[in-house]
Design a protein around this ligand. Structure first.
Ligand code: VGL
Ligand code: ZN
Length: 205
């Protein structure tokens, strides 16, 4: 079954949100169009407790700084996607009626979770992998925010799970803390066997 996975398309990742992804809002009409081409649609949702240790304020530091958190490298972020807040809700304007299931991540205050499959320590599983197997998913297409973080790590884990994985590249945008981050992320995904496709490849068939 051909499946669309929408990664973290949430208010806080739009240009007006707490962790703004430049042009993040521009993917929404496209993603709504793309949904019509899929039999199964699932989403991920960044869903942090308010004391999450990826938040810069927790450490009295500035967003963008990098620290070692419980033994692994952690970029510090502004407070974002706090459970039950408006910012954590799926983005205004995103069609949500066809979503079969939403997988929440980043719930453990001590460990971040960029990927929709596993946390950054690869200890905990959101249930997404077994769900996709159960549904008989053969091809996974990924869109969402942010290209250089959650989209990238989700796509890499999908490949590790053995899924035929495609990134719909114009259905994503990057944070680009470093201007080249998105380009690097696409290269990394491509090298890991992720197919890089354009929305038109799907919308015209
Ligand atoms: C994300 C940074 C922190 C993302 C989530 O969805 O890409 N990035 N939390
Ligand atoms: Zn987060």
């Amino acid at each position: 079954m051909k499946t669309l996975l929408m990664v973290d398309i949430q208010n806080d990742f739009l240009p007006t949100g707490a962790l703004p992804v430049p042009e993040g809002d521009q993917i929404i009409p496209l993603v709504n169009q793309l949904q019509k081409k899929f039999e199964l649609i699932v989403a991920t949702q960044d869903w942090h407790p308010k004391n999450h240790e990826s938040f810069a304020v927790f450490h009295g530091r500035e967003p963008g700084e990098i620290i070692t958190l419980h033994g692994i490298e952690q970029v510090l972020w502004p407070v974002h996607c706090v459970q039950k807040s408006f910012g954590a809700q799926l983005a205004v304007g995103l069609e949500t009626n066809s979503i079969e299931r939403v997988f929440q991540k980043g719930i453990n205050p001590e460990v971040d979770s960029y990927s929709g499959f596993f946390d950054n320590e690869h200890q905990n599983d959101t249930g997404l992998a077994s769900y996709l197997v159960e549904k008989g998913v053969s091809e996974l297409f990924i869109v969402g925010l942010a290209l250089d973080y959650c989209v990238k790590f989700t796509a890499l884990d999908a490949r590790q799970c053995g899924l035929n994985t495609s990134l719909i590249v114009d259905g994503t945008r990057g944070v680009n803390i470093d201007a080249s981050d998105s380009v690097k992320a696409v290269k990394e995904m491509s090298e890991a066997g992720v197919n890089i496709v354009q929305s038109l490849d799907l919308l015209t068939v």
